[in-house]
Design a protein around this ligand. Sequence first.
Ligand SMILES: [Zn+2]
Length: 346
Amino acid sequence: MERRQFIERTLAASAAFGAATSVAQAAAAPQPGASAAASPPSPPPPTGELISGGGGGTSYQLPVTVERRREGKPHRGKVLAAIQPHCDDIPIYAGGTVLKLLDEGYEGILITMTDDSMAGTGRLHGEIAARNEQETLEVARRMGLKQSIFLNYPNHNMDAWPVVEMRARLVFLFRAFKVDTVLTYDPSGLYERNPDHYVGAKAVESACWMARSAWDYPEHLAAGLQPHGPADKYYFSRGPQLVNRVVDIGDFMDQKVWVNLANVTQGPAGNSGVNLRARLAAEGKRLPLLDGTDEQANRAYAKEFALARDRQRAVAYGLQYAEYFHYSPPDESAVDAYVRANAVRL
Ligand SMILES: [Zn+2]
């Protein structure tokens, strides 16, 4: 498909997101005036590519849905888990979407998988880890997440750790907190150089699936937990990815910037505005962008440079700020859909 045509179809689909309509579903809808055929009507093909039987799709070109802010609290009663290897991952790639989903009624927890001892400023690894841990608590507070959990795997070395052990801990957390939705790195990790990003994501992906099984980790059930796993997933990536969900974060951008300023020890925002202003002043220069208070300088820097990706990614969709995801919807049974559409009374 020509790129322009694809974008046009994408935008047409995005306008209808309130009804959760995608291009694939729209294409499968019955046409007005179509004559009744001998065969019964088939329901729209499932959109999730993980379904047994599925829609038969193997394309790398996916229909894109633009997810816009929803009024009210449509997600009241649901729980999300924002899962990151390092303290700045969720704030950078999914901070706006987490804020949006919480605004729409979700409650949430933040799970940080490494000890964050290898990235940031400080004299010792322990000092770096302690600063990052403290700032992660502040990130959770600024986002409005009710709890922050640290799994403390070795930073930059998660590929030396058994995925099965990580999975077991995640399954426990998903069941204990009754997590419905996760946001984390894309497990495909195409061209990703940091092993923590894709190893952690692979553990999350398998844990989402197994947490719902009554046969996996039966000791949890004996201890009083129920099988319960996240039904849908938002995967983000810093590199190439099968993007099928673009989230409009325009209303939440300023709050996302505030969240990112909490990561001072590592992360691209923090005090970077103040630091750049001081460096330029020492050289006898001034950037009007960085005028004002320290916080104003840091906010301006974060918006212009550290989070420039959100502005650039929004352009193709006519938005101001956007985050990209590969979104996996809840599994949908083709049999159930067919029965709903075609079953008759005995
Ligand atoms: Zn990271």
